[in-house]
Design a protein around this ligand. Structure first.
Ligand code: GDP
Ligand code: MG
Length: 603
C-alpha cells in the first residue's frame, strides 16, 4: 500500500458523545461490517464495555475506502472517553496523525472534550472538529459552535455536522479524513521499526501486540527483537484488524496492525517498546510516560486456595492493561495478596469486574487510598525506609508522627464545566473538599469553566457523584496530576471488639478525622450483620478513641421461625445462610462481608 494512501486517525470525545456509534457507521460505510446489525458498537469488545456502555480499552480497525477511484487504507483507533482512561487515549494518539474531535450538538463541550483536545493539540495532530447528533430536536448547534470558537479558537465554518445515528454527513467526514489528515511519515527503505502501542492477551494465541510500523517492512517468519528487553522472537502471525484479526503475511511502513510472536507475559510485551529486526540497531522510538497510579487497593483471593489461580489471572489481565501497577502485599486477616495501583476508581471497578468475568476469579478488594508521602528524619529511619521520602501504598504502613518531618498528599488540577446557575453550589462543594479555585471563564453565555486545585483524596470516591447531584447532572469533570502538597495527616485505626483490623486502616486529614471515623463506624454497623455476640466498632488515632458504634447480639435463632415443621422452608433458609457465609470473611471470630472494605468509604 502506498504510504500516501494511508491515514491513521482516532476519534476523541467526552463520554456518550457518540464515538462508538460513529465508529460503527464508519465500519459500515466502508463495508467492514454489514449494515443490518444495528447498534453493534463493534469496537467495544469487552463484556464490561457492553454492560456499562463505556469504552475501556482502545481498539483499532483498518478500513478500505474508495476516494476518487483510489483505495485508501484508513486505520481507526477508538479511544475511551472517561477521565480514568486518559492514559489509553494518549497512547492511541501516538499511532495517529489526526483526530476527529466529536462534540454532542446538545451537550456541547464537556470536561473530557477539553482534556482530549489538548492531548491532541500538544501532540501536533490535525484536528477535525465534528458536531454529532444534529438529528436531535434539542440540538443547539449555534451555542456549540460558539463554545468551540471561545475555547479552542475553531472557526464555525470548519466544523462538520453529522448524525452518527442515522449516517448524515458521515460520508463527507470520511472524505475530510482523506483530504485533511496527512499520511504517516514512513520510510519503506529504512530497517524495520515499529511502536508497540497496545497489547492484549488472547486465550488461544497468547500475547497480541498492536504495532504502528514506522519504517521498513516486517513479514511472517521474521526474527524480531525488543529494543527494551533485547529478547528475540519469531513472528508467527501478523496482519490488520478488519475489524478482527485478518492475517496479511506482511506489514509495511505507515500501517497499523497486530503481531503475534510468542510473547509470554507482561514484561515481554511492554507497551511503548520499539520492535526491530534481530541484529539491526535502530533508534528506539519515544515510548510513553509510565501511567501514574492515583488509587491503591489491596486485592486478595476470596479463598486462599485460589491464590495461584488469581496470580495467573492478574498476570494476564495486566498484560491487557499495563497501566495497573502491581506490588505483592500481605494482610493478617486476608493472607497473601497484592496492592494494585489504578488510574482512578472506575478503572479499579472495571479491572475487578474483568478479573471476575474474564478470568473467573473471586476477589476481595480493600478500601482504596491515594499514595500519600512522608518525609522521615534520623539516620536510622532514613536507612529503614531507604531514603527521606517514603510513598505509602498501604495506609497501615504510615510512619509514626515522631519520625516524620512532614506528610504530603497528592493533588490534582480539575476542570469543571457547568451552567452558571449552579455557581454557588459548585463553589461550596469545592471548598468543602479543600479546593482552591485558580481560574473561571465563561465558555458561552451561560456555561462556566472552573479550574480548581484539589487534594486527590477528596475527589477519588464520590466527588463526581456529588457534583452531578448538585447540578442536576449538568456538570462534567476531568482532572490531571498536580504534584504533592504538605498536609496534616493522621492514621485512623479501626477496631472490631478491641482488635485492630489492619485492612480497614485509613489515612485522612486531621480536620476530617472525627467526621470520617464516625461515618466509617456507622457504615460498618450497617454492613456487618448481627451475630451471636455483641460487636463493638471503634476508631482510634494513636491511643485516642474518636468514634464508636455497637452491633447488638442476635437474639433469635433464624430457624425458630419455622418450628412446626416445614422442612423445605428450613432447608431453604439454611442454604441461604450458607450462601451468605460465602460472601463473608472471618476477622477474628467476626463475619465481615467481602464488600464492607469498599463500602465504608462511600459517604
Ligand atoms: P461513546 O461513549 O462516545 O462511545 O458514545 P456512544 O456511541 O455509546 O453513544 C452514546 C449514546 O448516544 C447512545 O445511546 C447512542 O445511541 C447515542 N447517539 C450516538 N450518536 C447519535 C446521533 O447522531 N444522534 C442521536 N440522536 N443519538 C446518538
Ligand atoms: Mg464508546
Amino acid at each position: 500500500f502506498p504510504v500516501e494512501n494511508i491515514r491513521n486517525f482516532s476519534i476523541i470525545a467526552h463520554v456518550d458523545h457518540g464515538k462508538s456509534t460513529l465508529a460503527d457507521r464508519l465500519l459500515e460505510i466502508t463495508n467492514t461490517i454489514s449494515k443490518n446489525v444495528r447498534n453493534l458498537q463493534v469496537l467495544d469488545r469487552l463484556q464490561v464495555e457492553r454492560e456499562r456502555g463505556i469504552t475501556v480499552k482502545a481498539q483499532t480497525a483498518s478500513l478500505f475506502y474508495n476516494y476518487n477511484d483510489e483505495v485508501y487504507l484508513l486505520n481507526l483507533v477508538d479511544t475511551p472517553g472517561h477521565v480514568d482512561f486518559n492514559y489509553e487515549v494518549s497512547r492511541s494518539l501516538s499511532a495517529c496523525q489526526g483526530v476527529i474531535l466529536l462534540v454532542d450538538a446538545n451537550q456541547g463541550v464537556q470536561a473530557q472534550t477539553v482534556a482530549n483536545f489538548y492531548l491532541a493539540f500538544e501532540s501536533n495532530l490535525t484536528i477535525l472538529p465534528v458536531m454529532n447528533k444534529i438529528d436531535l430536536k434539542v440540538a443547539k448547534p449555534d451555542v456549540v459552535l460558539k463554545q468551540l470558537k471561545n475555547i479552542f479558537d475553531i472557526k464555525p465554518e470548519d466544523v462538520l455536522k453529522v448524525s452518527a445515528k442515522n449516517g448524515t454527513g458521515v460520508e463527507e467526514l470520511l472524505r475530510a479524513v482523506v483530504e485533511k489528515i496527512p499520511p504517516p511519515p514512513a520510510d519503506l527503505a529504512k530497517p524495520f521499526r515499529g511502536l508497540m502501542f497496545d497489547s492484549w492477551y488472547d486465550q488461544y494465541k497468547g500475547a497480541v501486540a498492536n504495532v504502528a510500523i514506522c519504517d521498513g517492512v516486517v513479514r511472517k517468519g521474521d526474527k524480531i527483537q525488543s529494543c527494551n528487553t533485547k529478547k528475540t522472537y519469531e513472528v508467527q502471525e501478523l496482519g490488520i484488524m478488519h475489524p478482527t484479526e485478518v492475517p496479511t503475511g506482511v506489514l509495511f511502513a505507515g500501517q497499523v496492525g497486530y503481531i503475534i510472536a510468542n510473547m509470554k507475559n507482561v514484561n515481554e510485551a511492554q507497551v511503548g517498546d520499539t520492535l526491530c529486526h534481530d541484529g539491526t540497531s535502530v533508534e528506539p522510538l519515544p515510548g510513553f510516560k509510565p501511567a501514574r497510579a492515583m488509587v491503591f487497593a489491596g486485592v486478595y483471593p476470596s479463598d486462599h486456595t485460589e491464590f495461584s489461580a488469581l496470580r495467573n489471572a492478574l498476570n494476564r489481565l495486566t498484560l491487557n492493561d499495563s497501566s495497573v501497577s502491581v506490588h505483592v502485599d500481605h494482610s493478617p486477616a486476608l493472607g497473601q495478596g497484592w496492592r494494585l495501583g489504578f488510574l482512578g476508581l472506575l478503572h479499579m471497578d472495571v479491572f475487578n469486574q474483568r478479573l471476575e468475568q474474564e478470568y473467573d476469579a473471586s476477589v476481595i478488594v480493600t478500601a482504596p487510598n491515594v499514595p500519600y508521602k512522608a518525609r522521615v528524619f534520623g539516620a536510622k529511619n532514613l536507612k529503614k525506609y531507604g531514603g527521606e521520602e517514603v510513598t505509602i501504598l498501604n495506609p497501615c504502613h504510615l510512619p509514626d508522627p515522631h519520625v516524620v518531618k512532614e506528610y504530603l498528599e497528592p493533588m490534582v488540577i480539575g476542570t469543571i464545566l457547568f451552567p452558571d446557575q449552579y455557581l454557588s453550589s459548585v463553589m461550596n462543594l469545592c471548598m468543602e473538599r479543600r479546593g482552591e479555585q485558580v481560574d473561571q471563564v465563561y465558555i458561552d453565555d451561560t456555561r462556566l469553566m472552573f479550574k480548581v486545585i484539589l487534594p486527590l483524596s477528596e475527589i477519588v470516591v464520590d466527588f463526581f457523584d456529588d457534583l452531578k447531584s448538585i447540578t442536576s447532572g449538568f456538570a462534567s469533570f476531568d482532572y490531571e496530576d498536580h504534584g504533592y502538597q504538605v498536609a496534616d495527616l493522621v492514621k485512623v485505626n479501626i477496631l472490631l471488639n478491641s482488635r485492630d483490623v489492619e485492612e480497614l486502616t485509613l489515612i485522612c486529614h486531621r480536620a476530617r478525622a472525627r467526621v470520617t471515623s464516625k461515618q466509617v463506624c456507622s457504615k460498618l454497623k450497617e454492613t456487618i450483620p448481627r451475630q451471636l455476640f455483641k460487636i463493638s466498632i471503634q476508631a482510634a488515632v494513636g491511643s485516642k478513641f474518636i468514634a464508636r458504634e455497637d452491633i447488638p447480639a442476635l437474639k433469635k435463632d433464624v430457624l425458630a421461625k419455622c418450628y412446626g415443621g416445614d422442612i423445605s422452608r428450613k432447608m431453604k433458609l439454611l442454604k441461604r445462610q450458607a450462601e451468605g457465609k460465602k460472601r463473608m470473611r472471618k476477622i477474628g471470630n467476626i463475619d465481615v462481608p467481602k464488600d464492607a472494605f469498599i463500602k465504608v468509604l462511600k459517604r
